[in-house]
Write a protein that binds this ligand. Structure first.
Ligand SMILES: [Zn+2]
Length: 143
């Protein structure tokens, strides 16, 4: 990640006009920042892919009120076993993380990698109304 001390003259010029210093980006900057939020997220993903996808998964399950008991270590193990991150980032077809049993939440042993087409096929076959979702009140306690 670039720091104020390592900026090139071009980057300094961009910074002076309030623009993100990353090459090819003209994103606006928040106060005291030198790279924009979008680039920051991208850099974080490059540096810490396991953490990035773990946080994304956790956020997504929270939004959909699905139980999430997977730990970062367990997710790391899952990524190692399935090559999940390489698959997600390199394959045009795309992969998604699927819960084998939709009545269960995101927990170790209940996850598999599906291609997006396999996943949408499953969406038609599985009764998601039986999904184990918790209620909003519970959410406060869980997270
Ligand atoms: Zn940027």
């Amino acid at each position: 990640m670039p720091t104020r001390k390592t900026l090139t003259p071009e980057q300094k010029k961009k910074l002076a006009s309030g623009k993100c210093v990353m090459t090819g980006c003209n994103g606006k900057l928040d106060k005291y920042r030198i790279i924009c939020y979008k680039c920051k997220t991208k850099l974080y993903r490059l540096r810490h892919p396991v953490n990035f996808y773990y946080n994304q998964l956790k956020k997504g399950s929270k939004r959909r009120c699905i139980k999430f008991t997977l730990t970062l270590d367990q997710f790391e193990q899952f990524c190692f076993d399935t090559n999940y991150i390489q698959k997600v980032e390199k394959c045009a077809d795309g992969y998604s993380l699927d819960r084998i049993d939709v009545k269960k939440g995101y927990e170790f042993g209940n996850l598999q990698v599906l291609t997006l087409s396999e996943n949408s096929k499953k969406r038609h076959e599985v009764d998601y109304s039986k999904e184990d979702r918790y209620f909003e009140e519970e959410k406060e306690v869980k997270f």
